[in-house]
Design a protein around this ligand. Structure first.
Ligand SMILES: [Zn+2]
Length: 190
């Protein structure tokens, strides 16, 4: 199944469908989504924010037909092996053996578009579930907001309040920054 619309950052959200969790979107399964080549990374960031997912690069796909091609796996892909002597303070693993896969390709015959296609669905976890949002990194746009606020001289505390207010409108599955993360970012910027 292919989609005649070429998506960009202004309308990429329209291709997403509702998940079983309120406010969380998901990629339609096995649907080829054409995206403007200059905006595919931003579109993927936006998909990750709205779907509460993160796609890590796994391997390159080589073919004479492609300018480039890659398979990405869900950030919860690895198999979790519990350690016998694990300390109680140890961070809970985000690995859960998810098989989710996203293929990203740019074909020589249509070099102005990049296509996304989720070829294997998530399993063993539900993206956007309250218990797993902590396993996600902060969205790129959130980091930008934090840095802009800090640069303008705002304290960590008021930066956090302001950023949380702005992030609130992005959706319910978005990872929120905690105080420590903002403090650490401030330290890095000095
Ligand atoms: Zn997954």
């Amino acid at each position: 199944m292919s989609n005649p619309i070429i998506y960009d950052i202004s309308n990429i959200q329209n291709v997403l469908v509702n998940s079983s969790l309120e406010g969380i979107k998901m990629l339609p399964f096995k649907v080829v989504i054409p995206v403007k080549v200059s905006e595919w990374r931003r579109c993927l960031d936006q998909i990750n924010t709205l779907c509460s997912t993160k796609w890590n690069k796994k391997r390159c796909l080589d073919s004479k037909e492609y300018i480039f091609g890659e398979t990405r796996q869900c950030h919860r892909a690895d198999i979790y092996i519990p350690e016998r002597d694990s300390r109680p303070a140890q961070k809970e693993s985000k690995a859960c053996g998810c098989n989710g896969a996203l293929k990203i390709k740019q074909f020589k015959k249509s070099p102005t578009i990049v296509t996304f296609c989720m070829t294997r669905d998530h399993n063993n976890h539900v993206p956007g579930d309250r218990s797993e949002i902590r396993t996600l990194p902060l969205p790129f746009e959130a980091i930008k907001l934090i840095e802009d606020q800090l640069r303008s001289g705002s304290s960590c505390r008021s930066t956090r309040i302001s950023v949380l207010q702005q992030i609130d409108s992005w959706g319910v599955g978005v990872r929120k920054p905690n105080y420590e993360e903002i403090y650490n970012r401030m330290k890095k910027m000095c």
